[in-house]
Design a protein around this ligand. Structure first.
Ligand code: NG6
Ligand code: CA
Length: 514
């Protein structure tokens, strides 16, 4: 009996000390919340209620932004998609990679499989990693055969699971790809893609206006899919073609399924939504909801999707344990190549908010985008004026999960992202169609660039000028007064700092858009 008591006592002590050790371990282990990055496509700073939009309603986003850290100075690295996505995932400024520019659907992968990425870093800490949505960073090594497993792609740069569209909604191939394989591909109807010439006997956007409903305005006159003319030529793959009006629901379901499947392990989900990029194809239940035509309707649709996604996190008991980052890959554009009433029905809505320019522009609206973080119970509601950039997420998330990985251009700003610290980046180089400019505090310096001041077809001022431009955003948020002549010393200082980081900025590629 005595022995038994003794034995129980020893067992109890052992159990106690094991649980004590566990406690201690728990206390020193860094937190590993799930991390979700929701990335929208071409949404402007002023397109959301939380940044002052009144004509368009985004209640789900507004609630999250207002209960999280809402950034008034949040930036994409670039004013177009591919480079911004590159910066976000790799932590490297996209102008360091000459291939980081708007890619055709046939472009090879532009992230090296040796390179660090957010999902790779998180995998070192035991995360499961997934992408659902738009990729647009290239696939394969050139000459992709879409009828075999396409590789390398997202799976080779850190994603355990990938359910993507290859490029953009307006570019072929118009199919979903799951872990390298085209979904629903019929081997008897193989896919062929060509960005230079059409396949014999295939209709196209120039000769067959009877086959489409959405009229192209510029570009977008190659193959016709779902009565929408696209960029690039595609043959075959009938059964695999996506339904444009169902795309939002489809990606939402993909994101929800991913979360449900991986709720018992730390996960990272990159939910890269397609709205409000062209072609804007709201599901019928959203048609007419904004009064602004398809562009407004797909913003309402995107907001609904995010609300539904949050409900899933809540239902699965994950909301308190998930850090959410929301932002956009570049600023807004109205007519981006189709007649879809975006210009005609804009009314008093200001997609760029108070900023000048838009997508493709070195002026603020190109890169100054909606940006917030949300983490129920862990982030207090706060508006932060700190300058943060998507390129900073890699090093900052590394700090969060206890990794010492840092990357060249990615500043560790974890406390800023969590709303606890107000001092963000000191400076930032922004990029637009291969041109770059320098920001520091309230100042922006745009070096001289040749070429048109306004991209005619999209009607956006892109920042080109023969002169150096210098603006003080605190006094002149709309960049109306170039003060380069007035503040010569400041200008010189900005040029020197810019050139130190940027190197030979004059050696840029020509802008292809007219
Ligand atoms: C442009 C397209 C535009 C859009 C953009 C990429 C034409 C004339 N314009 O070349 O419609 O697809 O590329 O947008 O083809 S992004 O958001 O993915 O960078
Ligand atoms: Ca974009």
């Amino acid at each position: 009996m005595k022995n038994l008591v003794k034995k129980i006592g020893i067992v109890a002590v052992v159990i106690l000390s094991i649980s004590c050790n566990k406690e201690v371990k728990k206390a020193i282990e860094p937190v590993k919340p799930n991390i979700v990055v929701i990335y929208v496509d071409d949404l402007g700073y002023g397109d959301v209620g939380f940044n002052g939009a009144t004509e368009i309603k985004t209640p789900n986003l507004d609630k999250l932004a207002n209960e999280g850290t809402r950034f008034t100075n949040g930036y994409a690295t670039s004013a177009t998609c591919t480079p911004s996505r590159y910066g976000l995932l790799t932590g490297v400024y996209p102008w360091r990679n000459k291939n980081a520019k708007i890619l055709p659907g046939t472009a090879p992968l532009i992230i090296s499989t040796e390179q660090m990425t957010i999902p790779k870093m998180l995998k070192t800490k035991g995360y499961h990693t997934g992408i659902v949505g738009k990729w647009h960073l290239g696939l394969g090594t050139g000459n992709v055969n879409w009828n075999e497993t396409v590789s390398p792609g997202p799976n080779e740069v850190g994603f355990d699971y990938a359910y993507i569209m290859a490029a953009t909604q307006d570019r072929v191939p118009t199919v979903y790809i799951e872990n390298g394989d085209v979904v629903n591909l019929d081997p008897n109807d193989p896919i062929e893609i060509n960005y230079k010439k059409n396949f014999e006997g295939q209709p196209n956007g120039v000769d067959n206006p009877e086959l489409f409903d959405m009229k192209w305005h510029h570009g977008h006159n190659n193959s016709i899919v779902n009565r929408i003319p696209r960029i690039g030529f595609m043959k075959g793959g009938e059964a695999a073609k996506w339904s444009d009006v169902d795309m939002a629901d489809h990606f939402l379901k993909g994101a929800q399924d991913y979360v449900k499947k991986h709720k018992n392990e730390p996960f990272f989900l990159y939910y890269a939504m397609q709205q409000p990029h062209v072609p804007r194809t709201p599901h019928p239940r959203f048609v007419g909801t904004s009064g602004m035509g398809p562009r407004g309707d797909v913003i309402v649709e995107a907001d609904w999707c995010i609300g539904e996604f949050i409900k899933t996190l809540e239902k699965e008991g994950l909301l308190e344990n998930t850090l959410l980052v929301f932002t956009s890959d570049n600023g807004p554009v109205l007519n981006d190549g189709y007649y879809d009433d975006a210009v005609e029905k804009i009314g008093n809505h200001t997609p760029a908010g108070p900023y000048r320019g838009g997508k493709y522009s070195l002026f603020e609206a190109g890169t100054h985008v909606p940006f917030f973080t949300y983490w129920k119970g862990n982030i207090q509601p706060v508006v932060s004026d700190a300058m943060v950039c998507q390129v900073d997420l890699l090093s900052s998330l590394a700090k969060l999960v206890g990794s010492d990985i840092t990357v060249q251009d990615s500043e560790e700003l974890l406390d800023v992202f969590l709303g606890k610290e107000t001092k963000g980046r000191e400076n930032l180089i922004i990029e637009a169609t291969s041109r770059t400019a320098y920001k520091e505090g309230d100042w922006v310096m745009i070096p001289p660039y040749k070429g048109r001041e306004v991209l005619k077809q999209v009607n956006i001022e892109i920042g080109n000028s023969k002169e150096y431009q210098l603006y003080n955003l605190k006094e002149d948020i709309g960049q109306q007064n170039n003060v380069a002549e007035l503040h010569k010393e400041k200008l010189e200082e900005m040029i020197t700092k810019f050139e130190t980081i940027r190197g030979d900025y004059k050696n840029t590629q020509k802008i292809k858009l007219k």
